[in-house]
Design a binder for this molecule. Structure first.
Ligand code: IMP
Length: 429
């Protein structure tokens, strides 16, 4: 048996969905930890595309329990919509979904306050899904949890207490105070959504612990990426949850000793959504070429993603922060037919060469990327063995592996499951 965490090694959008889908085959249970509807996974079910934000990508494997960890912040309406869409496609038909009863709830006022804040100068470019305000309420010990949705009086008290603090802030930002009728409607809709979700709600921590105790393969699915971690990412340009691998333990109440493997997912290049440092960023035509080739538009917001070369010092930091045993390299095919492929191998900072992305924003601003350059390579279509990759591609991959400091579990050369070079299996090896 094995317990495996899959975690983004960069700033999110690394292609975790495909890797989770592959690994879910061997897993008994798939557990999403951290974040909320800020994430977006594009699933292809019977030839039709569907974007999920909350339900783990493992949902495509009928019969496997899909758990939403207690560390998540859940918008009940978004979740109900996802359940309806997945059910219409014949999924979640066997009671597979389990929602942690202590997960926090995103309410309309969280989104409203975030929209007001994000409209101001210096905004960080969030997904506006209410993630930050919901985690603020949680840390402030005034959050609404899923279990509170079943007690209408308690729900009302919590919402009233929250609004007492938040309405002056909304007004300060130029927003209107919600009317009494509006607040009553929010409470009513949340309670109704809670009742509809209730059959899926339970003790997720105990459920996952029991699975592990019985020797089942459990797959933890991270959201966002290691460098967006609230404690260790490029703060303040981060999300509000623990996106590093340790977040899986934190979110689900599973001790670190139970984890067997951590697989980091990195794209063969880099992207970032929203504001924040991105030293290897490309601009103009070069960025646009990568964006179009990789389809780099947000699955949640549709925003064009910022694109640039792979940053190995940033990847090394990610490997260290999440204790990755190995990596899955995704979207290598996107670099095919580029006239030149570059990769940042180190930084020059104040005359010194550094091998990890600095953690101080001023240091990052002064750090100069040192690039290695490779001649472009042709199509990778049909390649399923590492040795069949073009020589320059192999050299590129070898450099990434050597400087990241950990081996590859797989290399992905296309969106399809079959377009994967499997080097080892985290559930077995
Ligand atoms: P929030 O999570 O909506 O609060 O956004 C905070 C920062 O994290 C912003 O820069 C977002 O663009 C970024 N972010 C949040 N979720 C994702 C994701 O799933 N992929 C990429 N970036 C994300």
């Amino acid at each position: 048996m094995s317990v495996v965490i899959v975690v983004g090694a960069q700033w999110g959008d690394e292609g975790k969905g495909k890797v989770v889908d592959l690994y879910a085959e061997a897993a008994d249970t798939v557990v999403r930890y951290g974040g909320g509807a800020n994430a977006g996974h594009t699933l292809v079910i019977k030839g039709q595309k569907l974007v999920t934000h909350l339900v783990p990508s493992g949902v495509c494997h009928p019969g496997k329990p899909c758990v939403l960890g207690d560390g998540m912040v859940i918008d009940p309406h978004t979740l109900l919509e996802e359940i309806a869409e997945l059910s219409a496609r014949g999924l979640l038909a066997n009671g597979e979904l389990l929602i942690g009863q202590d997960a926090h709830v995103i309410l309309p006022y969280h989104k409203r306050i975030e929209q007001l804040r994000e409209g101001r100068k210096g905004a960080i470019g969030t997904t506006r899904r209410g993630i930050g305000p919901a985690y603020e309420a949680k840390a402030g010990r005034r959050g609404v949890r899923i279990r509170d949705l079943f007690r209408r009086e308690r729900l009302r008290e919590l919402v009233d207490a929250n609004l007492e603090e938040l309405v002056p802030v909304m007004q300060h930002f130029g927003g209107a105070a919600p009317t009494a009728a509006e607040v009553a409607q929010w409470i009513d809709e949340a309670a109704t959504a809670g009742e509809r979700l209730r059959p899926h709600v339970g003790d997720a921590s105990r459920f996952v612990a029991d699975k592990i105790g019985r020797g089942a393969n459990v797959l933890f699915e991270g959201a966002q990426g290691t460098l967006l971690d609230i404690d260790h990412g490029t703060y303040p340009f981060v999300t509000s949850s623990s996106t590093i691998a340790a977040g899986a333990c934190q979110s689900t109440g599973i001790g670190p000793s139970k984890i067997d493997r951590v697989v980091g997912i990195t794209k063969a290049y880099a992207t970032r959504v929203g504001a924040g440092p991105f030293p290897t960023e490309l601009h103009g035509d070069a960025a646009e070429a990568l964006r179009q080739a990789g389809g780099e538009f947000g699955a949640t917001t549709g925003r064009p993603r910022r694109c640039g070369w792979l940053d190995l010092p940033a990847l090394r930091l990610g490997v260290r922060l999440s204790g990755m045993d190995g990596l899955a390299l995704t979207k290598l095919d996107v670099l095919a037919n580029m006239p030149e492929v570059k990769v940042c191998v180190a930084y020059k900072l104040d005359g010194r060469e550094v091998d990890e992305l600095p953690t101080d924003l001023d240091d990052i601003a002064r750090a100069e990327p040192v690039f290695a350059s490779y001649p472009g390579w042709g199509s990778l279509a049909g390649v399923t063995q590492f040795d069949d990759l073009p020589t320059t591609t192999r050299q590129y991959v070898d450099t990434v592996q050597r400087l990241a400091g950990v081996p590859f579990y797989l290399v992905s050369v296309g969106p399809d499951r079959a377009e994967t070079i499997v080097l080892s299996d985290p559930f077995r090896d």
